[in-house]
Design a protein around this ligand. Structure first.
Ligand SMILES: C[S@@+](CC[C@H](N)C(=O)[O-])C[C@H]1O[C@@H](n2cnc3c(N)ncnc32)[C@H](O)[C@@H]1O
Length: 288
C-alpha cells in the first residue's frame, strides 16, 4: 500500500494472513474495514481482492486507500452472511475474516460504540437492526443480564442489568457507562468497568455470532479445491465457531492445530491485537 500517514485501523497478524493467502488468485476479504489486510494481500501478489463490508463508510475508505490497485480491488457492500457465488463473482481461492469492530467505528462518537466517548447508544455497523438503545431500554432485566453475561463474559451481569433497568431510559454512551461504573465500581488501573457490557451490546446489535455461524459454511462452499479460509477472532464464542466448523465441515484440512496468537511485539505496538486468535484451513475435497 502507498502513503506515509498512520493507518486509520492497524491490521492484525498481517504476516500470518499473507503467509496463508499470498499465492492465491482471488481472495474475498469478508471484513475489509480500512483495507489493511486487503492492501497487504494485493501487495503480496493476490490478483483480485473482493472486499466485503456491511459498513458503507468503511467500504468508501477502503476504496480510497486501495485506489492505486485499480480493478484488482472490488468493493461490495454486504453482510458476509449474504455472500454467495453471485456476489463473489464465482469460486475463490481464499477467504479472510478479521472479525469485530474497527478503530474507525470505535473512535467515531456518533456511532455509539465507545464507552469513553459521548454519543448516541447506536452501535450498528450497517444501517439495519435495532440500536443498542432499543435493547438497553426494551429488554427484560433477565434477558439483558443473560446477554451481558454471554456476549460480554461479564460475571457481574445481574448487578449491571438491575442498575440499567432502574436507570432507564438510557440514550447515550456516557449515561450507560456511568450506570455500569456505578453498579460495579472502578478498579484503579484496571480496564473500564463498562468495557464488557459495551462489547456484549455490540455483538447483540449486529448479530455477530449468528452472522459468522451462517457465513462460514457458505465460505467453504465458495472455495475452489486447495482454497484457504483464515479467521481472526477476538472473542471465544467466535473462535469456537471457527474451530467447530473447521473440524466438522468434512471438506477442510486444518492448517493451524492450535490457533496462532500475535507476537508480544505486535501486542505492545497494537493493543487491539491482544485477544486475537487466528485459525486457517484448506479445502481438500474434490469440490463439485
Ligand atoms: C476488525 S474490522 C476489519 C479491519 C480490516 N481487516 C483492516 O485491515 O482494515 C471488521 C470490519 O468488519 C465489518 N463487519 C463486521 N461484521 C460484518 C458482517 N457480518 N458483514 C460484513 N462486514 C462486517 C465491520 O463493519 C468492520 O469494518
Amino acid at each position: 500500500m502507498t502513503g506515509n500517514e498512520a493507518p486509520p485501523h492497524e491490521p492484525v497478524m498481517v504476516a500470518e494472513v499473507t503467509g496463508y493467502l499470498r499465492d492465491r488468485k482471488t481472495v474475498i476479504d469478508m471484513t475489509v474495514g480500512a483495507g489493511g489486510h486487503a492492501g497487504a494481500l494485493l501487495d503480496a501478489g493476490v490478483d483480485l481482492v473482493v472486499g466485503i463490508d456491511r459498513d458503507p463508510s468503511a467500504l468508501a475508505l477502503a476504496g480510497r486507500r486501495l485506489e492505486t490497485f485499480g480493478e484488482r480491488f472490488r468493493p461490495v457492500a454486504s453482510r458476509f452472511s449474504e455472500v454467495d457465488e453471485d456476489v463473489a463473482g464465482g469460486r475463490v481461492d481464499g477467504v479472510l475474516y478479521d472479525l469485530g469492530v474497527s478503530s474507525m467505528q470505535l473512535d467515531e462518537p456518533d456511532r455509539g460504540f465507545g464507552y469513553r466517548l459521548e454519543g448516541p447508544l447506536d452501535m450498528r455497523m450497517g444501517g439495519e437492526g435495532p440500536t443498542a438503545a432499543e435493547l438497553v431500554n426494551g429488554l427484560a432485566e433477565e434477558d439483558l443480564a443473560n446477554l451481558i453475561f454471554e456476549f460480554g463474559q461479564e460475571h457481574r451481569s445481574r448487578r449491571i442489568a438491575r442498575a440499567i433497568v432502574r436507570a432507564r431510559p438510557l440514550d447515550t454512551t456516557d449515561a450507560l457507562a456511568r450506570v455500569v461504573a456505578g453498579a460495579v465500581g472502578r478498579r484503579p488501573g484496571g480496564p473500564h468497568p463498562a468495557r464488557r457490557t459495551f462489547q456484549a451490546l455490540r455483538i447483540a446489535v449486529n448479530r455477530e455470532i449468528e452472522e459468522l455461524a451462517a457465513s462460514l459454511p457458505q465460505a467453504v462452499d465458495l472455495l475452489a479445491p486447495g482454497g484457504r479460509v483464515v479467521v481472526i477472532a477476538y472473542h471465544s464464542l467466535e473462535d469456537r465457531i471457527a474451530k467447530r466448523t473447521f473440524r466438522e465441515d468434512g471438506r477442510l484440512a486444518i492448517l493451524t492445530k492450535k490457533p496462532l496468537r500475535p507476537s508480544q511485539a505486535e501486542v505492545a505496538a497494537n493493543p487491539r491485537a491482544r485477544s486475537a486468535k487466528l485459525r486457517a484451513a484448506e479445502r481438500v475435497d474434490e469440490a463439485a
